[in-house]
Design a protein around this ligand. Structure first.
Ligand SMILES: [Zn+2]
Length: 317
């Protein structure tokens, strides 16, 4: 089991190597998850512990594909992982965020029938997830995360949320929109976030549909395909990823239905917290292995964007 004492992690598979790339006192409010876009765990640790002429980078933890963890800095010290970033009114997340770098080659590209990383390594089919990023860009190949890595990431997030009373579990892609794509669609961020936050005292609130009928879509925008039939007024939702205009939600009572709705047509519902925690647990306790498989499987079945001409006028967004 993982533990934290004096801002240092201990437990099976945990080792320490100090990075010189640190600065100032950290008051943790968030976890930010990344992929390394690199070759392997050791090269990521070397790079994050190196002083460079330009662009020194670091993080608190590196999470290997076998689940091993290297801690590079104590959790009360700022590391340099988020760069230009903003979330919840905070500009520059490094002074308030614990950074976790996960060993993963990131976005791949096709060379003939092979999927290849930016550093030229080809990955076999069973290590590639074909998926569209939640910020668009079409279906592309991404290096998959191992189940050991995903389970360990969840364990880490749960521990950090509980220990530091963190407000949220975020991806670099959330706090540096348009600039960063990590951890990307191969990582089940919404599920990890939901479970990590749900075990604490601050379960996500329930929302309701205020439009007569509201489309739930495959992506954040009216150009994304509607998933199934439109939601009726009063349908209850759990917010998974709030963005400026659209939010990713899970429909209460339909454990498999997740998608995007326009924020103009939902509103927050007051619900007793005790009920929420129970609801959250019953709704969100999906085995992570299944989540990982589903994330992988979703890839090939991703709906293609359609034009707005196909929208039904009586259905909101
Ligand atoms: Zn990153």
């Amino acid at each position: 089991m993982l533990r934290i004492a004096n801002h240092r992690l201990s437990g099976p598979g945990v080792s320490h190597q100090a990075t010189p790339n640190t600065g100032g006192a950290l008051r943790p409010r968030f976890v930010v998850l990344h992929y390394t876009a690199g070759r392997d765990t050791d090269s990521a640790v070397r790079s994050l512990c190196a002083r460079k002429p330009q662009g020194n980078a670091s993080a608190h933890l590196v999470l290997g594909r076998d689940g091993r963890i290297v801690q590079l800095a104590d959790f009360n010290v700022v590391t340099w992982h988020a760069g230009v970033s903003q979330w919840a009114g905070v500009n520059g997340l490094n002074p308030v965020a614990i950074g976790i770098e996960m060993d993963n080659a990131g976005l791949l590209h096709r060379e003939g029938d092979r999927c290849v990383s930016w550093f030229g390594r080809a990955y076999p089919e069973d290590e590639v997830v074909l998926a569209e990023h939640k910020h668009g860009g079409g279906v592309r190949p991404w290096h998959h995360y191992t189940e050991a890595q995903i389970e360990r990431a969840l364990e880490l997030c749960e521990l950090l949320v509980a220990h530091y009373g963190l407000e949220d579990v975020l991806g670099h892609e959330d706090v540096a929109r348009g600039r960063k794509l990590d951890p990307g669609p191969a990582f089940p961020l919404a599920a990890v976030r939901g479970r990590a936050l749900g075990r604490g005292s601050d379960a996500p609130p329930r929302w309701v549909v205020t439009a007569t009928r509201l489309n739930i879509r495959g992506g954040p925008g009216a150009d994304h395909t509607a998933l199934g039939t439109a939601l009726r007024r009063g349908t209850e939702l759990i917010l998974l990823e709030p963005l400026d205009r659209w939010s990713r939600v899970a429909v209460v009572g339909e454990t498999d239905l997740e998608g995007w709705v326009c924020n103009d047509f939902i509103e927050r519902q007051a619900v007793p917290r005790s009920g929420l925690v129970a609801l959250h647990r019953s709704q969100r306790q999906v085995p992570l292995a299944a989540v990982a498989r589903r994330a992988a499987g979703r890839s090939t079945a991703l709906p293609r964007p359609t034009t707005s001409r196909t929208r039904r006028s009586e259905v909101s967004q």
